[in-house]
Design a protein around this ligand. Structure first.
Ligand SMILES: Cc1cc2nc3c(=O)[nH]c(=O)nc-3n(C[C@H](O)[C@H](O)[C@H](O)COP(=O)(O)O)c2cc1C
Length: 328
């Protein structure tokens, strides 16, 4: 095997494949298997700000507490929240005790309110880093782009005051000035940008005339969005980049490293094919490195970023032309 070691957010990884946050990273049994199959690190399932609230409300609405005094509501809601968080903290502790790869905790958040104090507990439980999964859908016409962007900066500022472990920011590409916003976010002291999350998207069932979920899992073709933006941003941002969405094989990992990603995160491919795909992908990377006489990842990382590419215009081109597509 070639030397696949890398660093990410200052953490030492034995290779650049990180298993991304998902239902697959919600149990210590799975994390043990993921480590055994050779992943470089893992991001635990997100603790959802929304989920915490829902659990709290659900407990209260179940009926048995309805005759209690209003103060009971506060107690029950706090208890539910604490309970949910306790389970998550135990997951972190159990993972740290069971595997030797870095454990990155994850919080899904849309505001900088009370959940921020949980971040300290996550750090104390032993998480090696914290990924903030933030998505503000810019759908409110009364809000300007800077109103929406402010949410990201406010959350980072507050969390940074509370924890010392490295912070990653996972987001979408729904920004009006994507390059400038990501550059400015990279100046806030975060250690990584995860480009990009793939969110639930509604689709329509025309027989039932109902809204349904579009594909939950990505396809390999979906790599192209993050590939372009990692290529264009890896020379600009002042932090690491983790490429996410559409990475389904070793070739896709190599592409993302070539455009400047520090690591990749994978989820859908593992849902479709199982954890055994991790060593297969690692071997594909290693074989390619040996074939191309690369001793280590830094020998080729970023060679095809916008700055280093021999055809930078291709990343900025948006209209199809016969020359590139081969189709009139
Ligand atoms: C079933 C499922 C659950 C997910 N849950 C989370 C989550 O809790 N937090 C998060 O940040 N991303 C979550 N993701 C997104 C993945 O981490 C990943 O960013 C996305 O699926 C794109 O990567 P992929 O193409 O390798 O699947 C989830 C994805 C799937 C398929």
């Amino acid at each position: 095997m070639a030397n696949l070691k890398t660093t990410y957010m200052g953490l030492k990884l034995k290779n650049p494949i990180i298993v991304g946050s998902s239902g697959l990273t919600n149990s210590v049994e799975n994390i043990i298997e993921i480590a055994k199959e050779g992943a470089g690190a893992v991001v635990l399932k997100s603790l959802f700000e929304e989920q915490i609230n829902q659990v709290a409300n659900h407990t209260f609405n179940q009926g048995e507490f309805n005759n209690y005094y209003p103060e009971a509501q506060d107690y029950i809601q706090n208890y539910s929240t604490e309970n949910d968080v306790a389970t998550y903290l135990n997951l972190i502790k159990d993972c740290k005790a069971s595997v030797d790869i870095p454990i990155i905790a994850s919080i899904n958040c849309m505001s900088d309110n009370e959940w921020v104090s949980f971040a300290k507990k996550i750090e104390s439980a032993g998480a090696d880093a914290l990924e903030l999964n933030i998505f503000v859908l810019p759908s409110d016409p009364n809000k300007s782009s800077s109103d929406n962007e402010k949410v990201y900066f406010d959350i980072i500022e507050d969390v940074k005051k509370i924890v010392n472990i490295p912070i990653a920011l996972k987001l979408s590409y729904y920004f009006s000035g994507l390059a400038k916003t990501l550059e400015m976010l990279s100046w806030t002291g975060i250690k990584s940008l995860v480009l990009f999350n793939r969110f639930f998207s509604p689709d329509i069932d025309i027989d039932k005339m109902e809204i349904k979920s579009s594909n939950v899992f990505s396809s390999p073709a979906e790599i192209v969005i993050s590939l372009r933006w990692v290529a264009m941003l890896s020379d600009i941002v002042k932090c690491d980049i983790a490429a996410s969405t559409g990475v389904h094989d070793g070739e896709a990992v190599i592409k993302q490293l070539l455009v400047g990603a520090k690591v990749v995160q994978i989820a859908s491919v593992l849902y479709k094919k199982g954890f055994k795909e991790i060593p297969i992908m690692l071997k594909e990377i290693s074989d390619w490195m040996i074939e191309n006489s690369f001793d280590e990842i830094d020998d080729f990382r970023g060679r095809m970023s916008l700055k280093n590419s021999n055809n930078p215009a291709a990343y900025e081109r948006v209209q199809f032309m016969k020359y590139f597509s081969g189709i009139e």
